[in-house]
Design a protein around this ligand. Structure first.
Ligand SMILES: N[C@@H](CCC(=O)N[C@@H](CS)C(=O)NCC(=O)O)C(=O)O
Length: 367
């Protein structure tokens, strides 16, 4: 089932990275063979900058020498090349919900995932050691100094430097606790989000869960105690192949709606505030969503594109599918914030060449 030129496929990243874990879950579920190689520092990162214009992981090298970036765009590109066992349901409303859940898991669960890893010494010490050993052997500095640098960089980039303060830590952690509760209720009923077959929605959630919440000591213990069905789902997804898995349910199961309500209450309003900050060229902005106040969060141009993509996906639906999707989005509070900002401040051609070329302005929570 492989397409000439694509194989062999090499994934460059880290085996504790959010998006590398998401990509690996996708490739495994699809049954696409790949090899994982560490994206070393500084060489591997420099190579990504040269090949795709952005230093982020994972990078995927195809058999014909082409490089790719961005998991969402890579999955979208790979799907038609491996048409057996699609990851997106053919029901267009289900597919839209999958894309919305994927984007939410990619971008909004990122902050609590980074927080749990880098805020608590248990995670920060373990994973700074892991990253320096895995990726930074060639950096000529003492180990303790490299580990300290990694912790400082991640905190200033992604936790304290991205709007997490002592005042809102509880609110940031609540995002994780609520998500666990929603997912536990779902996985008590069935193996995957849409039925007995994994979909793009499961792949999206594998990003924050497989290599962060399910790996870092503090969130892992919380999961063991509160949501053992989620723990089971993580391992099940890793071990499931679409070729031998079950069926998707008809329509969008009602127990996904609490997750969609979270999106309507928090992620989409945040995306609107982010778009306004980008329009005003305000690289740091304060925003309050779902009763939690984030101070001096970093704006993200990439996430303006994410919002545009969600709109495009809705607009591509046929009239009757739009009606159905709109009713669901209205009921869950997603509709109004999806369209709140009239013209989004996209850069000309932003991210249009993905997955083969991204802009240096697309790394999450970065300018
Ligand atoms: N939207 C991208 C995000 C990739 C991303 O942000 N990867 C993180 C690691 S999991 C990274 O490489 N960040 C760059 C950095 O920390 O400098 C994707 O889906 O692949």
């Amino acid at each position: 089932m492989s397409d000439t030129g694509i194989q062999p496929l090499t994934v460059y990243g880290s085996n504790i990275s959010y998006f590398t874990g998401k990509m690996e879950n996708y490739l495994r579920v699809k049954g696409i063979a790949y090899t994982l190689e560490p994206m070393t520092m500084p060489e591997g990162f420099k190579q990504m900058q040269e090949k795709v214009g952005v230093s982020q992981m994972p990078g995927v090298l195809l058999g014909d020498g082409r490089w790719m970036t961005d998991t969402t765009a890579m999955i979208e590109w790979l799907e038609p090349h491996y048409p057996d066992n699609p990851i997106l349901p053919s029901n267009p409303v289900q597919a839209l919900v999958c894309q919305l859940l994927e984007d939410y898991a990619d971008e909004w669960l990122w902050r609590p995932a980074m927080h749990y890893r880098w805020f608590y010494p248990e995670g920060a010490h373990l994973q700074s050691r892991h990253l320096t050993d895995e990726l930074m052997a060639a950096v000529p500095s003492p180990g303790f100094f490299k580990r300290w640098l990694v912790r400082r960089r991640q905190r200033s980039g992604y936790t304290m430097g991205d709007g997490v303060t002592p005042q809102n830590v509880a609110g940031v952690e609540q995002i994780y606790l609520d998500t666990l509760q929603r997912l536990q209720a779902i996985f008590e009923q069935r193996p995957f989000l849409l039925g007995s077959r994994p979909s793009l929605a499961d792949i999206g959630f594998s990003g924050p869960f497989f290599r962060h919440f399910g790996l870092d000591p503090i969130p892992l213990e919380i999961m063991r105690q509160r949501a053992p069905a989620v723990l089971e789902w993580m391992a099940r997804l890793w071990n499931t192949r679409l070729s031998s898995s079950g069926e998707w349910l008809d329509g969008v199961p009602g127990d996904l709606e609490p997750l969609l309500q979270d999106i309507g209450r928090s992620y989409l309003p945040y995306l609107c505030a982010n778009a306004e900050a980008v329009a005003a060229d305000q690289r740091r902005f304060d925003v309050e969503v779902a009763g939690v106040s984030y101070r001096q969060a970093r704006y993200s141009r990439y996430r303006v594109w994410c919002l545009q993509e969600l709109r495009n996906r809705f607009e591509k639906l046929s009239g009757t599918d739009q009606e159905q999707a709109r009713a669901l989005l209205e009921r869950t509070g997603c509709w109004e914030p999806l369209w709140r900002i009239k013209d989004l401040p996209l850069l000309p051609g932003q991210e249009q060449e993905l997955p083969f070329r991204g802009s240096s302005k697309m790394v999450a929570a970065n300018d």
